[in-house]
Design a protein around this ligand. Structure first.
Ligand SMILES: [Zn+2]
Length: 137
């Protein structure tokens, strides 16, 4: 976990022009969750990954580390081995979106994970901006 990175990113974000912070056609996906015993089930997990245009496994690995709990797939759902509030999961998905999806330069969601000289990067197809893909620790 690296809070400093996300804090820094939040600051970068706060300085973007307002229009770019809220691209009208991008809506942060909201998790639908339910509790079962000690598990939290994210019922629309694949849908969220689809909206973000990222591999479900990448998002799940991130959530598992950030929430400090093992997580597995169950069809289109994801199961996290911990009791969690929906708002907590929503915040982590928002963090993921800021780190891996929304362009750090123009704020648009038109980005993809690709390679540059053997290094994995996130590249924006709207403005051409890119940044190194942050490893999930
Ligand atoms: Zn961009």
């Amino acid at each position: 976990m690296n809070y400093d990175y996300i804090t820094l990113l939040d600051r970068v974000w706060a300085n973007l022009p307002e229009k770019l912070q809220n691209p009208s056609r991008f809506q942060m996906p909201e998790p639908d969750t339910l509790l079962e015993g000690n598990q939290t089930i994210i019922t629309n997990f694949n849908e969220i990954a689809n909206v973000l245009r990222r591999k479900p496994q990448h998002l799940l690995t991130f959530l598992s580390k950030e929430l400090a709990a093992p997580a597995t797939f169950d069809g289109r759902r994801a199961i996290v081995q911990r009791v969690l509030k929906k708002s907590m999961i929503a915040k982590k998905i928002e963090d993921y979106t800021k780190v891996y999806v929304l362009c750090h330069e123009c704020g648009r969601p038109d980005t993809k994970i690709t390679e540059l000289s053997g290094q994995k990067i996130v590249k924006c197809t709207a403005c051409g901006g890119w940044w190194p893909l942050r490893k999930i620790k």
